[in-house]
Write a protein of this length. Structure first.
Length: 116
C-alpha cells in the first residue's frame, strides 16, 4: 500500500523558514518523481515543485522560485521542501504527491501558516 506522510508544517512569521518532509512507503521510491502541491484557504490546488527520481532535476512554480528548494533522500524514502523567506501568501496546506504505475497518491497534508 502506497503511503505518503507529510510533516514539518507550523506557524512562522513572515521571512522565516520551514522544512517540510514527506515520508514514502509501499513503492520503489527511487524510481519515481515526486511533487509538492499546496492549497490555500478558499483556493484550488497549486503545483509548487517537482523532483525527478534520481534527484538530479527539479522544477519550481514562479511563485516560489528562489525561495523554496526541493530535495530527496532515496536512502530514507523521503522528499523535502525547504521553504525560506516565507510570505503570508504561502499560507496553505502542503501535500506531497506521487504518480505510481498510473495511479496518483496524496499525503494527508501539513498546514503552513505564515503570519505578517
Amino acid at each position: 500500500e502506497v503511503q505518503l506522510v507529510e510533516s514539518g508544517g507550523g506557524l512562522v512569521q513572515a521571512g522565516g523558514s520551514l522544512r517540510l518532509s514527506c515520508a514514502a512507503s509501499g513503492f520503489t521510491f527511487n524510481k519515481y518523481g515526486m511533487t509538492w502541491v499546496r492549497q490555500a484557504p478558499g483556493k484550488g490546488l497549486e503545483w509548487i515543485s517537482a523532483i525527478d527520481a534520481a534527484g538530479d532535476g527539479t522544477n519550481y512554480a514562479e511563485s516560489v522560485k528562489g525561495r523554496f528548494t526541493i530535495s530527496r533522500d532515496n536512502a530514507l524514502n523521503t522528499v523535502y521542501l525547504q521553504m525560506n523567506s516565507l510570505k503570508p501568501e504561502d499560507t496553505a496546506v502542503y501535500y506531497c504527491n506521487a504518480k505510481v504505475v498510473g495511479n496518483e497518491y496524496w499525503g494527508q497534508g501539513t498546514q503552513v501558516t505564515v503570519s505578517s
